[in-house]
Design a protein around this ligand. Structure first.
Ligand code: AMP
Ligand code: ZN
Ligand code: FE
Ligand code: FE
Length: 274
């Protein structure tokens, strides 16, 4: 049976498998197609198309862009965009600089509480080409014994409303969707169930999305129904995927959430490697 997982991460962001390892696993678990959706970077796509061809996997272009809507952190999945897009590449470079400044502020706040982590350590541990964010900081805090687990790091210090958090500058939903469209891509609201209680959800849904992520690991059938209804009502496409991160989220298996061949080809029409 054709199964396509449209949401997974690699070592280019906060996943623990390299693009090659991820695609080999995709093959092993019986997926026919996938889209790699690292946070704020297209890094995996330097090698992924060749690797997919070798393995006989179908690969559609993907990315997961971070942005802010009112007081909420929002993730937007960009699919079927052109890898040649200068606008999207420049936007990802801006994210890289935004994160450096933001991470620095978080590290300074941690340092004031006696937890010493430097940017250099982050870069040497996770790589210069990787999108580095709070999950990486949480991992180093755990390794250094400042907390007992990444979960604790978020709960006590770096979660959205905790003392060492800093949002830094953030990009808007409008700008993010616009850049995806300039790159010939389609913009999907990611994991909407995380926004179930967000008071501005209705206004957010009035943005120029092309689709919404309806199938997601650990999303209840009632939730799925709610998003499918919204997609139908608005004439949007629906997507789905596991949000696989490897060992850093070991309870989520690659391919545990997926879309059919028909849905895959509704989304990926131009920028797909067969
Ligand atoms: P960043 O993009 O650097 O702001 O980090 C956001 C990422 O941190 C999200 O994609 C989640 O994977 C993770 N995250 C955010 N809040 C929490 C939390 N409370 N517990 C665990 N992980 C979290
Ligand atoms: Zn992630
Ligand atoms: Fe996300
Ligand atoms: Fe994700």
């Amino acid at each position: 049976m054709f199964k396509a997982d449209l949401h997974c991460h690699t070592t280019f962001s906060d996943g623990t498998l390299t693009p090659q390892e991820l695609m080999q696993l995709a093959k092993n678990v019986g997926l026919s197609a996938l889209s790699i959706t690292d946070h704020d970077t297209l890094g995996a796509y330097a090698q992924a198309p060749q690797e997919a061809k070798k393995l006989g996997l179908i690969l559609g272009t993907g990315v997961e862009l971070s942005c802010q809507f009112k007081d909420a952190s929002i993730h937007i999945l960009g699919y079927d965009y052109s890898l040649e897009s200068e606008e999207l590449r420049t936007f990802c470079e801006k994210h890289h600089r935004r994160r450096e400044l933001r991470n620095q502020k978080i590290l300074e706040k941690l340092s004031r509480l006696g937890m010493q982590i430097t940017q250099d350590e982050l870069v040497s541990t996770f790589g210069i080409d990787s999108t580095i964010g709070r999950p990486h900081i949480a991992k180093l805090m755990t390794e250094k014994g400042y907390v007992i687990s990444p979960k604790e790091a978020f709960n006590l210090y770096i979660g959205d409303d905790k003392c060492c958090f800093d949002s830094g500058v953030a990009f808007s939903v409008e700008e993010t969707i616009q850049v995806i469209h300039q790159a010939d891509g389609k913009a999907f609201l990611a994991h909407p169930h995380l926004l179930s209680n967000f008071k501005s959800l209705k206004t957010l849904l009035d943005q120029a999305f092309d689709g919404i992520e309806c199938h997601y690991a650990r999303c209840s059938p009632e939730q799925e129904k709610r998003w499918l209804k919204i997609a139908k009502h608005r004439g949007w496409l629906m997507s789905g995927g596991s949000d696989f991160h490897g060992d850093s989220k070991a309870y989520v298996r690659l391919g545990c959430s997926w879309v059919s061949e028909e849905v895959f080809h509704q989304i990926f029409q131009k920028h797909v490697f067969l």
